[in-house]
Design a binder for this molecule. Structure first.
Ligand code: HMG
Ligand code: MG
Length: 297
């Protein structure tokens, strides 16, 4: 059976904006998050504390967090790859940190410069520090339906990485089709395999829409006991270490499709559309500015 309610985790301000060729100013990042909250989103991934040399677009996450309105009952989440990132997240007042592992060795190397096993070891002290600080812990598994370097990825390594993340202390594990390679039957087989090792109530679906199948993939997994879906307003997104990956599934599309199925998300579609226009207008302007010769208006 389908869930009666789905919680959407809005990842646009992080997964979306980290991949834009232009760096979005702090005020615009804050304005976007304020509008997402106004639309009813309470779980929002607001940025990351990673190496600014690897992902310069997220360099100002501390400044963004300093300007965010309170989010009672909700969660501002940030992505952290190591203890250095965790310390920055704690100092900035994050409600939740997200650690990120991969189901493919090559992607792990490209994205965080270490093997899968090394990354999982590195996350143990992050999890301990989060627990000690009372900060919630989320985990990602990337490349669950395919890898830009290795091609097809089988469900079993996905399931074992997901289980390890739960053992380490993740409250929730998000399954990332990082490059949007999956199809519905494959997505369902993967989530079913993971759900054999991890309670499905603790899983989230994080699908990118490269082949236009993200909504269908979500639909194919929703009767497996999963009720958390990651999405990005206006379908922003991609991944700097996954060439060709397009955006996350659009939050607007998820909200509309779930409403059609009678599943409540608590999101105001009109206000969500306003948030989408706000950021796409800004990005269109910024892109135009980037190619406009100096002095010409
Ligand atoms: P490294 O070069 O191996 O790290 O990178 P290092 O420990 O040798 O440090 C190198 C430098 O980075 C040092 O500075 C560190 O201080 C600094 P230097 O002394 O050279 O000036 N550094 C940091 N600075 C700020 N914050 C930190 C931090 N850590 C080290 N936390 C590292 C390893 C993990 C740091 C690097 O590879 C990295 O930052 N990777 C992040 C990549 C990333 O953010 N990718 C996108 C997110 S993943 C994604 O989008 C997928 C997802 O959406 C799910 C899906 O779709 O599947 C989540
Ligand atoms: Mg992603």
């Amino acid at each position: 059976t389908l869930p009666s309610r789905v919680r959407i985790v809005e990842v646009g301000p992080r997964d979306g904006l980290q991949n834009e060729p232009v760096t979005v100013p702090v005020a615009v990042r804050v304005g976007l998050i304020e509008r997402l909250r106004a639309a009813g989103l309470t779980s929002i991934e607001v940025g990351s504390f990673v190496s600014p040399r690897w992902v310069p677009q997220m360099a100002d996450t501390a400044a963004v967090m300093a300007r965010l309105p309170p989010n009672p009952g909700g969660r501002y989440t940030v992505l952290v790859p190591n203890l250095k990132g965790f310390e920055a997240a704690r100092a900035a007042g994050a409600d939740e940190v997200a650690i990120f592992a991969s189901a493919s060795e090559a992607f792990s190397r490209a994205n965080i410069n270490c093997s899968i096993a090394q990354s999982l070891e590195r996350f143990v002290p992050v999890a301990e520090a989060a627990r000690a600080a009372g900060i919630a812990l989320r985990g990602y598994v990337s490349c669950v339906l395919g890898c830009p370097y290795e091609g097809a990825v089988a469900p079993q390594p996905v399931a074992s990485v997901a289980r390890r993340l739960v053992e380490i202390g993740c409250r929730e594990v998000s399954l990332g089709d990082t490059i949007g390679a999956g199809a519905p039957d494959q997505a369902r087989a993967c989530v079913a395999a993971v759900a054999a090792l991890v309670p499905p109530e603790r899983l989230a679906l994080h699908f990118h829409d490269t082949r236009g199948l993200a909504l269908a993939n979500i639909r194919a997994c929703l009767d497996l006991g999963v009720s958390v879906v990651d999405a990005a307003v206006a379908g922003l997104g991609g991944c700097p270490y996954a060439a060709g990956a397009t955006g996350n599934v659009a939050t607007e599309g998820v909200v509309a499709d779930l409403a059609r199925l009678g599943i409540d998300t608590g999101i105001d579609a009109a206000r969500l559309a306003e948030a989408g226009h706000f950021i796409t207008d800004h990005l269109a302007e910024a892109r135009a500015d980037a190619v406009r010769p100096a002095g010409i208006r």
